[in-house]
Write a protein that binds this ligand. Structure first.
Ligand SMILES: NC(=O)c1ccc[n+]([C@@H]2O[C@H](COP(=O)([O-])OP(=O)(O)OC[C@H]3O[C@@H](n4cnc5c(N)ncnc54)[C@H](O)[C@@H]3O)[C@@H](O)[C@H]2O)c1
Ligand SMILES: O=C(O)C(=O)C[C@]1(C(=O)O)C=C[C@@H](O)C=C1
Length: 369
């Protein structure tokens, strides 16, 4: 078991707050301190018990810290690293970040950390379009891939300690080269985000002329554009620190879009159908219950009326049948899924049993593939 006496989190929003909650939940530390430029959000984190102490400054925060986590937009993380390099940190302290791009920050940190201090880049492949500590969850990283990008020659003990730390919060740690990380996340995260934004932008313009566009935007549009609600500052920083891979992919998109234009103009039925078959098959083969690359959730969605006591009813019934509920999420958007409560179980048999019990009680329940 890994245990740190004091963990310092810089930026206590969605990711910093979720890390604080999960590190405490899994016994990694019970002294989790944080600082944030948003003083109100930081006070909220303190009063919600997400952190044990709200520091007044970076200097105060990092004194005596054994682990420092930078959970701020990537360009801020780089400036903070510059400041940290000037501060007297505890010998043996590990510094990591949670930023979505790795090349620039790792290059910046290389050879800049004082003797005895290790910087190891990190990136949890889990998150949401929401921001701030109120969106934080102690289970965000369970079964999610957590990428670490240590540079060659890094203290192997520090690397191993960090690997075990994130495994203790039940993430799957993957070691990667920062460049490869950025090339892959450009394709699976950054360009998808741009595409979601482009779809929204196009419909928003059309909607100015005719409000029926937004009225007709239902499940499909909402599914593919959910991520467009993410933090503009965070996504701006991601694009600015991963320009080349994103540019290459966007140029490739140009060819693919041009090809589709050709198929439509020439009514190329065979190519259209083969495209839809190929993309459906690849999408269907992705691990369905995965966050990131690893599967492990068995979920059901419950269509319930919005009335007080409903969550208590459901959890009580499951408890009475000895069914262990692993997580419960309230879905705010009814178009996203057929239900408002999302229940997660550790096993397929518990999922089946919960489905049966709740159906018998007259609930409208759906098992998720
Ligand atoms: N949102 C996601 O899905 C996701 C997933 C994985 C990684 N990340 C990465 O995690 C980092 C944090 O993102 P988030 O989603 O938690 O955003 P967030 O907006 O919820 O939280 C960021 C917090 O950092 C604070 N902050 C900004 N600059 C600061 C500074 N100089 N000093 C102290 N606090 C500062 C903000 O006030 C905010 O509370 C980003 O680098 C992002 O790329 C995000
Ligand atoms: O699930 C979401 O909403 C996310 O946007 C999470 C997501 C992604 O999968 O692209 C976003 C950025 C992060 O760097 C990692 C994860």
């Amino acid at each position: 078991m890994i245990h740190f006496n004091k963990i310092a989190i810089v930026g206590c929003g969605l990711i910093g707050g979720s890390l604080a909650l999960s590190l405490r939940l899994h016994g990694v530390s019970n002294q989790i301190h944080a600082v944030d430029v948003d003083r109100q959000g930081l006070q909220q984190a303190l009063s919600l018990g997400v952190i044990d102490h709200a520091a007044d400054s970076l200097e105060e925060l990092v004194t005596d810290a054994d682990l420092i986590i930078l959970a701020v937009p990537v360009q801020q993380a780089i400036s903070l690293l510059e400041k940290l390099a000037e501060l007297p940190l505890k010998k043996g302290c590990i510094v990591t970040d949670a930023a979505s791009t790795k090349k620039e920050i790792c290059e910046f940190a290389h050879n800049r950390m004082p003797e005895g201090i290790s910087f190891i880049g990190g990136h949890p492949m889990a998150g949401s379009e929401r921001t701030g500590v109120l969106a934080a969850s102690p289970r965000l990283f369970e079964n999610a891939v957590y990428v670490l990008t240590p540079s060659p020659g890094q203290d192997p003990i520090a690397v191993e300690t960090l690997r075990k730390t994130f495994e203790q919060i039940r993430a799957h740690v993957l070691f990667m080269d920062p460049l490869e990380h950025d090339r892959i996340t450009a394709a699976v995260s950054h360009v998808p985000h741009l595409v979601a934004g482009l779809l929204v932008d196009q419909v928003a313009d059309l909607d100015l002329e005719n409000r029926l566009y937004s009225q007709l935007a239902a499940g499909g549009f909402r599914d593919v554009t959910r991520i467009a609600s993410g933090s503009p500052v965070m996504w701006r920083d991601i694009v600015l620190t991963n320009k080349e891979p994103i540019l290459q992919l966007l140029k490739d998109w140009n060819h693919r879009v041009a090809q589709w234009i050709e198929w439509i103009e020439s009514t190329d039925v065979a190519n259209m159908e083969s495209f839809f078959t190929r993309t459906r098959d690849w999408r269907d083969a992705l691990p369905a219950k995965a966050k990131g690359a690893a599967a492990n959730y068995y979920e059901i969605a419950l269509d319930v009326e919005d009335k007080p006591g409903i969550i208590a009813n459901v959890t009580t019934v499951l408890g009475q049948h000895q069914i262990n509920l692993r997580n419960i999420t309230i879905l705010e958007n009814r178009e996203e899924i057929n239900g408002q409560l999302l229940l997660s179980f550790a096993s397929c048999s518990e999922q089946g049993e919960a489905l049966r019990v709740l159906q018998e009680l007259g609930y409208k329940v759906f098992a998720l593939e």
